[in-house]
Design a protein around this ligand. Sequence first.
Ligand code: CO8
Length: 277
Amino acid sequence: RAQREYANVLVSRPSPGVALITLNRPKALNALNAVHFQDISEAMKEADEDVSVGAIILTGSERAFAAGADIKEMKDKSCEYLSLVIEYFRIKFPEVAEAYTTNFLADWEVITQLKKPVIAAVSGYALGGGLELALQADILLAAPSAQLGQPEVNLGVIPGGGGTQRLARLVGKSRAMELVLTGRIIGADEAERWGIVRVVREGSVVDEAVKVASDIASKGRIAVGAGKEAVNAAFEMSLAEGLRFERRLFHALFSTKDQKEGMAAFSEKRRAEWTHS
Ligand code: CO8
C-alpha cells in the first residue's frame, strides 16, 4: 500500500518486514517539537498497523538521534503544559485533555503502546527527551559516537518523559541520580557498561538494527508480540503477577497455528512457515 509522506520523518522499508523511521530535523539536531513529534508518532502507528511489518527501527542522523524536546518551543510555555498537568487533566477531565494533549508532545508514550518491537538506533546525541524517546524502545543499539544524558537540570527542570523512572529501573538509583542531578553526558562505552545499549561499529548502527529487525520479522508475529508484552510486564508488575502473566500467555500460544507449525517444523527438521495465526 502507498506509503504516507511526513515533513519531519523519513519512512522506508530497508528489508522485508522492517520499517525504518528516521527523524529528519537535522539542523535542529532532531529537537522534538510538537509537529515533529506528531509525525514520529503517526509514522510509528502506521508501521505498527501495517501487517507486512514485523519490527520497527527508529533512528536519527549521524550527529544526533535527538537533542531533546525543543527548548525554543518550550521556553515560554506555562506550567499547564507540563506532562504532570496533562496527566491530571487526562484523568479528571477527558474532554479538556483533548485540547491540552493535542498541543505539546501529546502522544509521548506512543512507542510503549505499539504491538511490534521497536529498535532505537542511536548515533550522536540522545539527550533529554531524545534519550527518553530511545528508552521507550524495546532494544537499544548505539554507535561509538553516541552521547546520552538527561541535561534538564541545566534548564531548571527535570526529565518529564519517563527518564527518572526508566533510568532508575534500568541502571539503578545511584547512576540514575547522577545523570538526573548533574546532567552529565555519558559516552557509548559507559552506556553499554551500564546496560543501556549495545554498542556496534561506527557507521553500522542502522545496518545492525536492520539485521536485528529482520531476524525478529522472520519469526511468528504472535509469539514476538507475546514476548514483548511479557518482558514489558516485568517493569509494571510484581514478580508473582509477572510470572502468572507470562504463564497465561505461554498457555495461550498453544492455541495458535504458529505453535503447531513451529514444533512440527523442529520435529521434521525443516524451517517453520509462519502464518501469524
Ligand atoms: N531544542 C531546540 N533546539 C536545539 C536543541 C533543543 N533541545 N538542541 C539543539 N538545538 C539547536 C541549536 O539551538 C542549534 O540551532 P541554531 O543553529 O538555530 O542555533 C542547532 O540545534 C545546533 O546545535 P548547537 O549549535 O548547540 O550544536 P553543538 O554541537 O554546539 O551542541 C548540544 C550540541 C550539546 C546537543 C547542544 O545543542 C545542547 O546542549 N542542546 C540541548 C540539549 C538539552 O538540553 N536537551 C534537553 C531538552 S529538555 C527535554 O528534552 C525535556 C523532555 C521532556 C519530555 C516531555 C514529554 C511529555
